[in-house]
Design a protein around this ligand. Sequence first.
Ligand SMILES: *Cc1c(COP(=O)(O)O)cnc(C)c1O
Length: 401
Amino acid sequence: MTDFTTTRSLFHLPDGIIYLDGNSLGPLPKAASQRVAGMMADEWGTMLIRGWNEAGWMSLPRRIGDRIGRLIGAPEGHVVMGDTLSIKVYQALASALDIVHERDASRRVILSDSGNFPSDLYMAEGLIRTLDRDYELKVVAPEDVEAAIDERVAATLLTEVDYRTGRLHDMKALTAKAHAMGALTVWDLAHSAGAIPVDLSGADADFAVGCTYKYLNGGPGAPAFIYVSPQWADRARPALSGWLGHEQPFAFDQSYRPGQGIDRMRVGTPPILALAALDAALDAWEGVDLGEIRRQSIALCDLFIAEVEGRCKDLVLGSPREGARRGSQVSFLHDEGYAIMQALIARGVIGDFRAPNAIRFGFTPLYIGKEDVLAAVDILSDIVKNRLWDQPQFKKKALVT
Ligand SMILES: *Cc1c(COP(=O)(O)O)cnc(C)c1O
């Protein structure tokens, strides 16, 4: 049984704030500040360039990849860190398409759904233009994905947990269907890693990608991860052939030869300060049972839904009601959702808003408990019942919502 009071004490949680946005940016782990400060003084400051060898900077992307691999059911040596999620989506999709193209050049469809995060769709559009192979990006409703996987599909590009609604895809079933139809799968775990148990090996997923600044608490702009299944690790052809993905970066050859396995998914110089913060953030997961996190998260979300529906009649649930069909977040819909969220934030309850009308709340058992949920609903119901959101300062749109 995980003791969540202990994990809560690992985070810097400002007084007077109830933080229900760890699904978008995890809070600061105390160990991360210390690690980064120590790294600057003892490694960068003292070792200078020798740090690449002496402090093991160059192997950090693989070492941290393995730590994340343990949270997502990936075997050792098949996850590597680097770049941002959008770039990893591009790399994974390009590799999947290449593998399928070699064995069946007639497949033209990249299948995604309308709940996918726009950047994933934009990256697919950009890749299609670059490849010039007449690919079609087919975007269907999330509930129609399974039926849309047919023999024209080259690859599926799906985010397991919908960023706006929290709706959870059945990774295992959809992957099995894709394979039965001869397609490969690219899974985006942005809202899965650290939120729910993931079993990439058990699902037989081909490629997976994700970010580390959401439930993994790596900090704003923390590097992304990419997984390539053992079956494809030495066959994937990296679309972004940077020097650190080369078989021998320091041979400085004139032409590119892909490195061994997952190493070929590296591109350029890794962000060592950000990786140091992430490495420290991942300590919070040591000894934590993700099954227990999942049970707690469902309980917190269920409690939140019941309390909000009981006390805020104007809000409409925008997430699946059944815990097993949701990730670790809950959305409610209201035409004035933006103003409601700004009013909430002004009272110390931080969630976020996703256009056109969703107020979104993430529930992260590592540091959020039942008392936080109840206190947040007290404030939310006050704001909704008394129309406290109906003020000009809450309606002015900021750059980041
Ligand atoms: C958060 C998120 C992103 C963001 O990508 P970045 O390149 O890290 O900005 C992309 N896709 C999904 C599904 C996300 O949830």
